[in-house]
Design a protein around this ligand. Structure first.
Ligand code: ADP
Length: 166
């Protein structure tokens, strides 16, 4: 039984994230999608809101669990008995950052492997920040995020006031 962790900010989850979740769920016995509680970023959605959104969109995948964590990812992986970290790769920007992270994580915990899934072509340009920016300026975000996320994002942006900087 191989347990994999798919970590990220997911602020909010996009169709690119969902694509990785679906593909990882076909490869591993269990996938734990985990929201990183990152003190250094100011997110639009709270950790609880992000966990809730991920739980809703992950309903079709019975072997996917949603959780949150803080601290070192390898410590969290050990705690969850996970041997694989799943990361999505969109392009060279992701690669440079993720290569460093993978090497650091291997140094910290050689028993945990980082596995990269290449983005689906349709979502290679997609990031949470671009989605927030489009939504803040009234652009159409359908097709970029799951329906449930779209509704919550539009609601949040209305409450938050217009044209917030992301
Ligand atoms: P972002 O804010 O850039 O979307 P996250 O921290 O939420 O970043 O991303 C979590 C993980 O999902 C990372 O491994 C990231 O590379 C991956 N990811 C994000 N967007 C996509 C996408 N469109 N296609 C494939 N992987 C993605």
């Amino acid at each position: 039984m191989t347990i994999a962790i798919y970590p990220g900010s997911f602020d909010p989850p996009t169709n690119g994230h969902l694509d990785i979740i679906g593909r990882a769920s076909r490869i591993f016995s269990k996938v734990i999608v985990s929201v990183l509680e990152n003190q250094s970023k100011t997110p639009l959605f709270t950790v609880e809101e992000r966990v809730l959104m991920l739980r809703r969109i992950a309903v079709p995948y019975s072997n996917v669990e949603v959780d949150s964590f803080h601290g070192l990812l390898v410590d969290y992986a050990r705690q969850k008995n996970a041997s694989v970290l799943v990361k999505g790769l969109r392009g060279m920007g992701d690669f440079e950052y993720e290569q460093q992270m993978a090497l650091v994580n291997r140094k910290l915990e050689p028993q945990v492997e980082t596995l990269f899934l290449m983005t689906n072509n349709n979502y290679s340009y997609l990031s949470s920040s671009i989605v927030k920016e489009i939504a803040a300026y009234g652009g159409d975000i359908s097709g970029l995020v799951p329906m449930e996320v779209r509704d919550l994002l539009l609601q949040k942006i209305r409450v938050d006031g217009e044209k917030r900087q992301f």
